[in-house]
Design a protein around this ligand. Sequence first.
Ligand SMILES: Cc1cc2nc3c(=O)[nH]c(=O)nc-3n(C[C@H](O)[C@H](O)[C@H](O)COP(=O)(O)OP(=O)(O)OC[C@H]3O[C@@H](n4cnc5c(N)ncnc54)[C@H](O)[C@@H]3O)c2cc1C
Length: 360
Amino acid sequence: MSATLESWLDTHAQALDAGTGPSDEVLSRLAAARLPGIGVPRELGGEGGTVRDAIEAIAAVAARSLTVAFMLWGHRAFISYVQASPNAALRETVLRRLIAGELAGATGLSNAMKFLSGIESLAVLAAPGGNAAAGWRLDGQLPWVTNLRPEGFIVAAAVQHDEADGGVSIFALPSDAPGVTRSPDLDLIALRGSHTAAIAIERVELGPEWLLHDTARAYLPAIRPAFLGLQCGLAIGLARRSLEQASRARSAAEGVLRETVDALRGRLDSVVAALYAGIADGSFASNAVPLFEQRIALAGIAQEAVEAELQASGGRGYLRESGADFARRWREAAFLPIVTPSLLQLRTELARHAARTERA
Ligand SMILES: Cc1cc2nc3c(=O)[nH]c(=O)nc-3n(C[C@H](O)[C@H](O)[C@H](O)COP(=O)(O)OP(=O)(O)OC[C@H]3O[C@@H](n4cnc5c(N)ncnc54)[C@H](O)[C@@H]3O)c2cc1C
C-alpha cells in the first residue's frame, strides 16, 4: 500500500468510523493506490496477482480502518463476481470502471448466502418484464448493503423467478435503473462512514445484459471461496494491528503478555497459511469446511488480539483520548462475527456437515 494511502487512513480512520469523515473520497483513494485491481489479470485491466494478494491488500487496509477495508471488500467482491460471470459484455462495460474507482461495486448477497444454507427465502422476486425484449421486472429489497456511494453504484442481488421452475439468478443492479431507491445511511454503532444503506427495488425492468449468472446454485458455491477469503482479510488485518499494538506496550506483566501475543501470532500465522494453501490449490470449491473453520478461527483470534491490546494498555486504553484507536478496534472486532456468513451460521453448517458425515 502507498505511504499516501496509509497516512490518509491514519488521519481519517476515527472520523470514517464515526460517520463524519470523507466517505465520498474512499473509492478514489483506493483506486489511486491501485488496490481494487489487485488479483485481477492484467489483460482485464487489473494489477495481476492472485486472490491471496487481494486478501493481503484488504488486510493492510483493515489494520488501519475496518470501515474502509469493508468498503474495499464489498467493491472487490463485486469485481470477483464480474470476473467469474459468463456475461462478457457486462465485464467489458463495468470492470475497468470498477478498477478505476469510477463506479462503486457492492454485494447484496448476504440474503443469497443465507438462502443457500436454507436460513431465509430470497427477498427479491422477478416476473417477466413489461418490455417487448426478453427481460424481467424485479421487486423486493436489500436491507443491508455497504459501499453504496450516493452518486452511483452497482450491486449484486439474488433473484427468485416466479416461473414454474422457480429458478434463482444473480443480477447486477445499477443504481440509475428506474425503481431503485437507496435509503439514507443506516444509523450504525460503528463503521458509520461505510455507505451502508438499504435498497428498495420497485418494478425495476432489467434485461439479460444485467445478468451475472442465471443459475445461483452453480454460481454461488463457485464464488464463495473468493467472497469468504476476501472477508478473512478483515480479521487478519485487525488481528495483526492489535498484536502489534499489544507488543509495543510496556506493561509490568510484560513476560506473560509476550507469551499471549506470541501464541496468538502463531495461531494467526498458521490459520493464514492454511487459508492461502486452500485458496491456491482450489480445494475450497469442492469442500468449504476448512474455509468455514478458518473464518471462525480468524474472527476469534482478532477478538482475542484486541483484548490483548486492552490488557497491554491497561487504564490508558479506557481513556477517551489515548484509547480512541483501541476503542475503535474493539467495535470493529465486534462486527466480524455478524458479517454473513455469520459465525452462528458457519457453526450451524459445520454441525450439519458433522451429522451427515456421522450418518454416512
Ligand atoms: C455494518 C454492516 C454492513 C453490512 N453490509 C452488508 C453488505 O454489504 N452486503 C450484505 O449482503 N450484507 C451486509 N450486511 C448484513 C450482514 O452481512 C448480515 O447479513 C446481517 O448482519 C445478518 O444479520 P440479520 O440481522 O439478517 O440476522 P438474522 O437473520 O436476524 O439472524 C440473527 C443471527 O442468527 C443467524 N441465523 C439466523 N437464522 C439461522 C439459522 N437458521 N441457522 C443458523 N444461524 C442462523 C444469523 O446468521 C445471524 O447471525 C451488513 C451488516 C452490517 C451490520
